[in-house]
Design a protein around this ligand. Structure first.
Ligand SMILES: Nc1nc2c(ncn2[C@@H]2O[C@H](COP(=O)(O)OP(=O)(O)OP(=O)(O)O)[C@@H](O)[C@H]2O)c(=O)[nH]1
Length: 357
């Protein structure tokens, strides 16, 4: 396969970026054996396909590039299962050179020895070209396994992989392992963690969320990408899957209600920004506020704390302003770099034309 063979899918969220701009986006690769579930993961997470619809997906025959235009722009590349790295036309430098994260999908319901051998050769080939790649292993389709079997499988895969890499002299390569399934929230949670590693502003966002929680009595806060339901940052208290699930479900409820009754029904306020509060029977309050067109802040707090709603609203307002500043700075930095690059180019052209005179 040559580099020009790559397919280019339609963008999801309306894409108005130039080609060069797309190429500079962080790249995330989905690799693994045939039928391991790569395309299903991509469709369920980024295209709202239901898990049962994936039963009818055809096998991928060429690399599918998917441009995700969201709060950060990135690309997801879905590879065909039968890809052969040792094929001389497979240009490893071009493929792995710019990758941010490599997600390797293993079908845990199948015999995974061949998949582990492929994982090993993939990591070795990719690491040689680009040691900065983060390697993420999805032990996938765990919906079919019992709790005990899940843990055993993860331990076995983790142990075998790290031993083999150590034997190959690659003990420094870090691999992260996740148990995933498209039939529950686990795939979104795993993808959240993968994407977070590609966000340069993550420490700043976490810090802002920590300050927000500490000053408002909030127990847990997530910053969600609304369309994919990936959380791109959370405060530094531990994440338990239940909190993530309940916040993620809240987005569905809000989207459903707003599509039926309009945004007024969910408390859309000034500037049409969405705002909603759900009080649960167990004394917990879920508080959602739209941050910008891609992101929503969702907080979990006790009903007693919510009595001071004015304080919380004010702190959230400050949080939003800080977020705007962080991303405004990023934009300004990019413009500055572009101007510098243009100046350099002009200088070079000038020197080229008149330099020897
Ligand atoms: N039980 C279960 N089945 C899954 C899961 N994810 C994917 N599948 C099924 O696995 C089968 C293969 O999925 P695909 O997404 O086509 O696999 P692929 O890795 O893209 O395959 P190639 O394109 O051939 O490389 C489909 O029938 C999916 O419905 C999962 O989490 N659990």
């Amino acid at each position: 396969m040559s580099y020009s063979d790559y397919g280019d899918n339609d963008p999801i969220y309306g894409d108005d970026l130039a080609d060069e701009d797309r190429e500079s986006r962080p790249r995330l690769m989905l690799m693994g054996l045939r039928r391991s579930g790569k395309s299903s993961i991509q469709r369920v997470v980024f295209h709202k396909m239901t898990p049962t619809e994936t039963l009818f997906l055809e096998s991928t025959s060429k690399i599918n590039k998917d441009n995700i235009h969201s709060f950060i722009d990135f690309q997801v590349w879905d590879f065909p299962g039968q890809m052969d790295f040792f094929d001389p036309t497979f240009d490893t430098t071009a493929i792995f050179g710019e990758v941010g994260a490599l997600v390797f999908v293993i079908d845990s319901q199948d015999d995974y020895m061949e998949a582990l051998a492929r994982l090993h050769s993939t990591v070795v080939a990719a690491y040689r070209v680009n040691p900065n790649i983060t390697f993420e292993v999805f032990i996938h389709k765990v919906d079919g396994l019992s709790e005990d079997y899940k843990i055993d499988t993860q331990r076995d895969i983790q142990q075998t992989t790290t031993d083999e890499l150590a034997d190959a002299g690659l003990e420094n390569v870090q691999l992260a392992f996740y148990l995933t399934s498209i039939y529950d929230h686990s795939i979104f949670e795993a993808f959240s963690k993968v994407i977070q590693k590609l966000i340069p502003q993550l420490p700043t966002l976490e810090n802002l969320l920590n300050i927000l929680c500490a000053n408002s009595g909030i127990e847990k806060a997530f910053l969600f990408d609304v369309i994919s339901k990936i959380y791109i940052a959370t405060d530094s208290s531990p994440v338990d899957s239940q909190s993530y699930e309940i916040c993620s479900d809240m987005i569905d409820v809000i989207i459903d209600i707003s599509s039926i009754y309009g945004r007024a029904a969910i408390g859309a306020k000034r500037n049409h920004e969405a705002f909603s509060v759900i009080k649960m029977g167990n004394g917990t309050v879920l508080y959602l506020r739209e941050v910008n067109k891609y992101l929503a802040l969702i907080c979990l707090l006790r009903a007693e704390t919510f009595e001071k709603q004015g304080l919380i609203d004010y702190n959230v307002h400050c949080f939003k302003e800080a977020m705007d500043q962080v991303f405004e700075l990023k934009r300004a930095e990019r413009t500055r770099r572009e101007m510098e690059a243009n100046q350099l180019l002009e200088q070079q052209q000038h020197n080229g034309l008149y330099g020897h005179g």
